[in-house]
Design a protein. Sequence first.
Length: 255
Amino acid sequence: MKKNVFAAASMVGLAMMGLLFGNCSGNAAAKADGADSTKVVVDKPAAAKSLGSLEDSLSYAYGVGLGDNLRENFEQMPVDINMKVFMKAFTMALNGEDSKLKIKPEQAYQIFQHCMMSVMEQQAQKNKKVAAEFMAENAKKEGVKTTASGLQYEVITEGEGATPTVADRVSVHYHGTLLDGTVFDSSVDRGTPAQFGVSQVIPGWQEGLQLMKVGSKYKFYIPSDLAYGDQGAGDVIAPGSMLIFEVELLDIINK
């Protein structure tokens, strides 16, 4: 988790100040009738009227913006936040009651990072165990082959074209899912083939593409150590996740 969680207040503060200066100051526009170009017309926003004073409007808007930003951060957390504990610590820190806190404010980020790493490690081990069990059974299926690296694949359609090397650039269609069937990326769904260098993709793809010929369609079962490892990727691919891809090799672009 990036440090921007702890920078949320500052970031939202800057954004909200820009928003509030635009809203609370009104829309100033020079008169267009050619009379006095220095004269401006200021419109009071409806929000400021309905929320009370300027100070109340700013305070309310800042609270909404900060709360919404924190909610989005909480939704991305790998574990549920204990709101009772959070609000207690947050309120004391906000009020400057450092003596009542169990840790010093300057220790917070380091402890947060340590806890996040521990959670990710636990998740990775759990996901890798589930993946290993799946792949052990999958390897027994007819048509599924396992390479020395642990990559599993099956041939859906065998092509007759050239085979790419790690130095080549290819055009492919692909459909990527997690073990539970969740689609995390798909050029097929987008309706547009993807182009990239073989060396630019995850190790499982690099190895798999070099097994294929142009015109082929394979299904890859990629363990996490050939994908995104214990770090995962984005909000969907959790630490230790294995990935499943259907890949159609359309062309080797530089040949």
